[in-house]
Write a protein that binds this ligand. Sequence first.
Ligand code: LLP
Length: 405
Amino acid sequence: MFNNDTITRFQQLETPFYYYDLNLLRQTLRACREASDKYGFHVHYAMKANFNPKVLEAVQSFGFGADCVSGNEVKAAIEYGFDKGKVVFAGVGKSDREINAALDAEIFCFNVESVQELEVINELAAAKGKTARVAIRINPNVDAHTHHYITTGLDENKFGVNTWQLNDVADALRKHKNIQFIGIHFHVGSQITDMDVFKSLCVKINEIHQWFDEHGFTVKVLNAGGGLGVDYYSPDNNNIADFDSYFKVFKDFLNIKPGQEVHFELGRVLVAQSASLISKVLYVKNGLKKNFLVLDAGMTELIRPMLYQAYHQIENLSKSGSLEVRKSESPEAAPTTHNLQHTTQSTKYDVVGPICESTDCFRKDVDLPESFRGDLIAVRTAGAYGEVMASGYNLRDRVASVYSE
Ligand code: LLP
């Protein structure tokens, strides 16, 4: 919930923008840190979820590592003060330039996704007279029961090596002298709320772990990836995930040997709830069959609803109590104080953006109080894969960021 002061502040700002609640972000990070410390687990923040500078500063301040998927993410992680000894670099398509930069940066490890990539890393490391630490990303063929666009651990996905390729991986690991095998890596998908998925993952990790033991490899790191989901339906948008129950699954079901480290790569669950996309109603279109709220934000600012049919709560902030609202017809006009009664009349709207694509719709048939041009609209739980997936399509301006302090 936003208090009246915050909403008054929003009214004075040009929309659209992402609003970050840095307190909620820190509370979430603290909860994760405490729970992972309790079990002695290591967490790398999956930077792809949000690399906003203030977010990176906050995450780094809690001592998390960084899970990067591009050379630029590796560079940014180091610039923002993440310990290079806690930086991992994943991705199916690491370029030679990116691998070289990561070798120079002396990161903790490469999460390697194919036998050919092992060869390339070995060759590039040899040219520098270095040894690269590697973990092998293995496809556990566990169904994450999440949207198929964000499922990654099935045989049909492009990520990781499949179990039937493990003999080739073992041959390559034995042959290449400039790579040092340190562990095994998995990631089955994102926005997973069913703990049984993680239990199934543990069973698969144990099997594969045993395979490596039996083939004479020392597995130091078990990396279970990320994927823990958030509650996009939470009415107050701030129920922090139950990190303890999540980590406990791994404590209970993973076969962890003395001296082994368990690593995670959490993204969404650390940042999703800490931001909302704040937008304004540009036009209200009442049709015969449909009413549309046309916002000044669209798929160029937040693409998740259009790309994954993702649900985000939508609120009309100008109707949430006794507020300062814009009486003027112009959304740019200065706010006027106006004591608005909580309105009971609600209407169904398709909440759409301004982009020239029919898919540019946040949600259909949203129950909202009767809304007007200039009303402030919040699209909640937008801190993960929101701002970072914004685009310049239609030559749109870059979306701004505003912070709680
Ligand atoms: N590790 C690996 C190898 C990954 O591919 C990902 C996410 C993560 C960790 C972090 O997953 P998380 O904890 O955030 O679920 N854009 C989509 C999500 C894509 C996730 C990609 N990989 C969305 O908006 O739902």
